[in-house]
Design a protein around this ligand. Structure first.
Ligand SMILES: [Zn+2]
Length: 271
């Protein structure tokens, strides 16, 4: 997985990033709301308010995401900071390859993820492989001797037995902010690094055959937005922008990213 080569690292010197992440979380894209709904089912009660304060105040002093593993340092009420660690259930090699193949066969879906959108079908692709996209509050199952198997194994060295404690919850909030801003991060937590998937081939290497196939699948010509335009006003659209224009912009962006990925050129994923 490529994420191991470029772990997301947030340190105390980047307090602004944290505030920005929390704002992204409340921005209301569906996957941010879904992330928050997951947290709410974890029955945090008053700890959620404390966690929000911790996250906003920069008490999470270090946050390192490396594939499905997350570790963080959180300053609590004691002078020594607490260590938080998560391990998300992630795709094994075979599952990861199958998911990547589905994404490569659907360049517009891949392009939309890379352009900062999360098509609803991504959840279905993961579900088909028995992997959740969002953290599960309830155990995924039980071991033979009846112990719960958690979707996200969470640890914190504070004395609180709650799971998640407020330190873990603060880290989950910041992670949610990152996911809101960059939905590819959600897939990376499950072991599928789409940004790595579209990295250019190293110079001198033969062209990656999976990407060559991608190039043939990037749609041209008629767009979904054109179809919507023909159908007339969209009754369910709730955005402040016009539906067709938004769809066209989104599609153009996704096509751009998909074409760049297919060509083997590097993609600027900032912004
Ligand atoms: Zn704790």
């Amino acid at each position: 997985m490529g994420s191991r080569n470029h772990p997301l690292r947030v340190t105390r010197s980047a307090l602004g990033i944290r505030a920005q992440d929390l704002r992204a979380l409340s921005r209301g894209v569906w996957w941010a709301r879904r992330w928050m709904a997951s947290l709410e089912t974890m029955r945090l009660g008053a700890r959620l308010g404390r966690a929000r304060q911790y996250a906003a105040d920069g008490q999470v002093t270090e946050l390192v995401v490396d594939g499905a593993r997350v570790r963080a340092t959180v300053v609590g009420s004691r002078p020594d900071p607490y260590s938080v660690a998560f391990e998300f259930t992630s795709a094994g090699d075979e599952t990861r390859k199958r998911i990547e193949d589905v994404l490569l066969a659907n360049p517009m879906t891949l392009g939309r993820i890379l352009a900062g959108d999360l098509p609803i079908e991504v959840g279905e692709i993961f579900h088909a492989e028995g992997l959740p996209l969002f953290p599960m509050a309830e155990p995924r199952g039980r071991t033979a001797d009846g112990k719960p198997v958690w979707d996200v194994v969470m640890r914190c060295n504070c004395p609180d037995w709650s799971r998640p404690c407020k330190h873990m919850a603060a880290v989950l909030l910041l992670l949610g902010g990152e996911v809101a801003r960059r939905p590819a991060a959600l897939l990376a937590l499950r072991g599928v690094d789409v940004e790595h998937l579209v990295q250019p081939d190293p110079p001198g290497d033969a062209r990656c055959p999976r990407r060559a196939a991608l190039a043939e699948r990037v749609p041209h010509g008629a767009s979904a937005a054109m179809l919507v335009r023909r159908l007339g006003p969209v009754p369910f659209w709730r955005g402040t922008e016009r539906c067709v224009e938004t769809l066209e912009k989104m599609q153009a962006r996704a096509r751009n990213v998909a074409e760049t990925a297919a060509s083997g050129r590097s993609i600027d994923l900032r912004g």
